[in-house]
Design a protein around this ligand. Structure first.
Ligand SMILES: *[C@@H]1O[C@H](CO)[C@@H](O)[C@H](O)[C@H]1NC(C)=O
Ligand SMILES: *[C@@H]1O[C@H](CO)[C@@H](O)[C@H](O)[C@H]1NC(C)=O
Ligand SMILES: *[C@@H]1O[C@H](CO)[C@@H](O)[C@H](O)[C@H]1NC(C)=O
Ligand SMILES: *[C@@H]1O[C@H](CO)[C@@H](O)[C@H](O)[C@H]1NC(C)=O
Ligand SMILES: *[C@@H]1O[C@H](CO)[C@@H](O)[C@H](O)[C@H]1NC(C)=O
Ligand SMILES: *[C@@H]1O[C@H](CO)[C@@H](O)[C@H](O)[C@H]1NC(C)=O
Ligand SMILES: *[C@@H]1O[C@H](CO)[C@@H](O)[C@H](O)[C@H]1NC(C)=O
Length: 450
């Protein structure tokens, strides 16, 4: 998921928020140069959207420049677009990327009617992370509805066993540009191998581990041990994925602790893990299954964990396992096992079925070679998700920007003074130029038609 954008300075009139039983959307008409200004559509997914999605962000800055009508569409089954029927499995069968794209087609028709837009009106879609893939796929599958697409940090290639994620994490932890170092990643590796060794030795060492990391229960089973090491690795994976984008989460701070010579690497890992002031760390795999099985809709804001897990079990996989021979610095207890058990126990999807679903997703959308046109893929080399995206120009109109030193969806918020030079260049030069070219191009096509 991309983190929510910050509140912008732009004041705008919110035209409408759609109904609660259907897919929610927001429209910002304040920047629109009627009637010919393009429509910029921000696509949601994995979490809720809010009115800020039509008030701030790079797509809004570009809308200011191009006089665009800004629209943001929440993804079905996320946020308040869940509908009265809820999150039971019988309803989740209607949750998929394909259904979400069809929703966008319906929204397109609705807004075209409401704003009196002609069929050839210029729509440009935007999205980051999974919605980045949707943005690319909307253009790919509905080229008559959307003129061009920007896909930020979009993992367009589905993969069951996403081992390269932690390969990138290791590279990023050793990247001096973001204050990582070889020593940092070596110490992370050393700390986790000490931890693995203790777990393998059994009692009483497992009990000591439980004490060191303040776990709520003793991790006796492989499943609970998998949960424990994954929770610890998550601290590093999150810091890399969102480096510098969220308060208090960055590689520099983590590595600073990991290389502190007053502690052993294992001691430094304890310091990092116990920084959060939790009563205790819940590593009970059964609790995790219970959490995913809960259909009660309490949280209407933020990530829809059950829904997103369902989509990984039925379309994408994306499980971030640890393969030490690929350079992963974490634990060999991070296998596919727990994810496959969760898919089976919570949603009834078995491993063989999931393998087929992932293969189908790649067949259906074209994986890393979608062969679309007018799609711009933007990625950062720090972000582990770039491993499933498109980093080089595929064709003259399916192009890529690969930014040095930035994390997940870094180009999506508005420009900030802290942006690295590489990001400033990517922002200033390429996307606006590309969009200008796109709009110029359509007028040429129309000239030919006329
Ligand atoms: C568009 O959607 C709104 C509700 O979200 C509905 O009231 C309206 O009838 C729809 N218009 C068209 C043309 O589909
Ligand atoms: C759409 O088509 C109309 C009529 O052919 C033309 O006047 C108009 O410029 C076109 N709009 C765009 C955005 O190309
Ligand atoms: C290293 O860790 C100790 C506590 O173990 C702390 O007092 C010290 O400030 C740390 N050093 C640095 C450079 O962060
Ligand atoms: C489901 O989640 C809600 C909200 O977090 C909680 O109140 C409820 O107890 C949970 N139900 C079960 C069966 O765990
Ligand atoms: C780990 O990566 C190596 C090197 O690419 C590969 O040969 C091996 O099969 C991988 N291990 C697993 C469990 O997939
Ligand atoms: C994964 O499951 C297999 C089969 O049950 C088991 O042999 C293996 O040890 C498990 N690996 C981990 C890391 O839990
Ligand atoms: C990719 O295409 C864009 C737009 O046509 C171009 O500006 C850029 O130089 C190309 N990049 C590479 C690496 O060829």
């Amino acid at each position: 998921a991309c983190h929510p954008s910050k509140v912008g300075k732009t004041s705008a009139r919110l035209l409408e928020t759609g109904g609660t039983a259907s897919v929610r959307f927001w429209v910002n008409t304040a920047l629109w140069k009627q009637p010919s200004g393009p429509v910029f559509l921000l696509i949601g997914g994995e979490s809720s959207l809010s009115e800020y999605d039509v008030l701030s962000g790079e797509h809004v800055d570009l809308a200011m420049k191009f006089g665009a009508l800004v629209v943001a569409a929440e993804h079905r089954f996320y946020g308040r677009s869940i509908g009265v029927a809820g999150l039971e499995i019988s309803n989740l069968q209607y949750l998929s990327s394909q259904q979400a794209l069809a929703d966008l087609a319906v929204l397109h028709a609705n807004l075209s009617h409401r704003f009196n837009l002609p069929r050839n009106h210029t729509w440009i879609s935007f999205g980051g992370s999974y919605p980045g893939s949707l943005s690319a796929w909307f253009r790919l599958k509905f080229p008559h509805l959307v003129f061009a697409a920007v896909a930020s940090s979009a993992p367009v290639r589905a993969q069951l066993d996403f081992q390269d994620y932690n390969k990138v994490v290791a590279n990023s932890l050793s990247d001096p540009m973001i204050e990582g170092s070889k020593e940092c990643v070596a110490n992370v590796r050393s700390a986790f191998s000490t931890l693995d060794a203790a777990l393998e030795k059994g009692m009483p060492f497992v009990k000591h581990v439980a004490k060191h990391f303040n776990t709520c229960t003793i991790p006796n089973s492989l499943k609970d041990q998998g949960q424990l090491v994954s929770s610890l690795a998550d601290i590093f994976m999150g810091a890399v994925q969102y480096n510098g984008e969220l308060v208090g989460i960055n590689v520099a701070d983590l590595c600073n602790t990991m290389v502190n010579s007053t502690m052993s690497p294992y001691g430094a890992l304890q310091t990092v893990a116990n920084r959060e002031d939790l009563p205790c760390l819940d590593i009970d795999f059964a609790h995790f299954l219970k959490f995913l099985s809960n259909t009660t809709r309490v949280k209407m804001i933020g990530v829809g964990e059950r829904q997103w897990y369902f989509q990984t079990c039925t379309e994408f996989g994306y499980y971030q396992t640890c393969n030490v021979s690929l350079g992963c610095p974490f634990s060999k207890f991070m296998s596919l096992n727990n994810s496959l058990i969760a898919c089976s126990k919570v949603f009834g999807t078995e491993a063989s079925e999931l393998t087929h679903s992932v293969a189908f997703t790649n067949e259906f959308y074209g994986a890393a070679h979608p062969r679309g046109s007018r799609i711009l893929f933007v990625n950062g080399d720090i972000d582990p998700w770039h491993a499933l995206s498109i980093l080089r120009n595929e064709t003259v109109s399916e192009t890529a920007i690969y930014i040095r030193g930035t994390a997940h969806c870094a180009n999506m918020p508005s420009a900030m003074s802290t942006d690295p030079r590489s990001l400033r260049l990517a922002r200033q030069v390429t996307p606006p130029l590309w969009l200008e070219k796109a709009i110029y191009y359509i007028s040429r096509v129309c000239f030919h038609i006329v």
